[in-house]
Write a protein that binds this ligand. Structure first.
Ligand code: FAD
Length: 239
């Protein structure tokens, strides 16, 4: 639902305020010039959060964008999101301009089940837009002693961001390199390791890369579950 009429956006906020609580920006932090982590505080009572769940944020009168919740503490009304400010687009501009003390409405989190507690191995792929998802998975992966691997395709200026976020077991790839080329994906070491055949794969970020990676997994007859969710697509507003 990236775009709605203004009256509908207003009605959603007015009629179901408990589903779109007012949240105050209490902390902002640029992890790199284009990656901004924001902590919000408000009333989250009754909300249920799962790793990888996303919220909708109204970024102007008629547009909404999806973002993944990194961290939440329902009791104290806190949630955090890691935003990629990719360019001069409504969501990026809105987020870049948010400052401590600003108040915005954020929807209740929702999504499909992405974390699979019963599967030993997890491979999580994405780009800058998936860093929040990776951070939301990490505590579960560690607590439940999974074997896990993160694959990130990033702009060179963000190569050190996974480290700054405290992520572990990650490999970083250049954008417009491996994941635009199915043959190069097929050459990734993971395909030489039979152990990974039954992994749980979570593929998010650039919809084209997600589609390519999924295609190669399928053509290698991978037996594990593959969860895919393109977070953005070149030339398309919101997803
Ligand atoms: C379930 C879900 C969870 C998401 N979680 C996050 C999150 O935690 N953090 C986050 O930053 N984003 C996240 N996204 C992605 C984010 O919603 C999109 O990138 C969105 O398009 C940004 O809105 P915008 O107004 O800045 O750009 P838009 O107006 O939507 O896009 C304008 C154009 O910019 C280009 N574009 C859009 N996104 C990108 C990008 N990331 N990189 C390069 N070019 C791009 C496209 O060509 C597009 O046509 C998520 C998306 C979904 C569906």
């Amino acid at each position: 639902m990236p775009r709605v009429a203004k009256w509908l956006g207003d009605a959603m906020e007015a009629l179901i305020p408990s589903k779109m609580p007012l949240m105050e920006v209490v902390e902002t932090n640029y992890i790199s010039p284009k990656i901004k982590r924001i902590r919000f505080q408000g009333n989250l009572s009754g909300m249920s959060f799962q790793p990888g769940y996303a919220v909708l944020i109204r970024v102007n009168e008629t547009e909404f964008r999806n973002y993944t919740v990194v961290f939440n503490d329902v009791e104290n009304g806190i949630l955090e999101i890691i935003f990629y400010i990719h360019g001069q687009a409504p969501g990026s501009l809105f987020i870049d301009n948010l400052n401590v003390g600003d108040e915005i409405r954020i929807s209740a989190p929702r999504g499909k089940k992405q974390y699979e507690p019963t599967i030993k191995q997890h491979l999580i792929f994405g780009d800058e837009t998936s860093l929040g998802l990776a951070c939301s998975f990490l505590p579960y992966l560690k607590k439940n002693q999974h074997q896990f691997q993160f694959y990130f395709e990033l702009d060179e200026s963000n190569f050190n961001v996974p480290q700054l976020l405290g992520l572990e077991n990650y490999s970083v790839f250049s954008k417009n390199d491996i994941f635009i080329n199915r043959q190069l994906i097929n050459d990734l070491p993971i395909f030489n390791s039979p152990d990974w055949n039954t992994s749980h794969f979570v593929l998010t970020g650039n919809a084209t890369s997600v589609q390519n990676f999924r295609h190669v997994l399928k053509s290698n007859s991978v037996k594990g579950r593959i969860f895919t969710k393109g977070y953005w697509l070149k030339g398309k507003a919101g997803l």
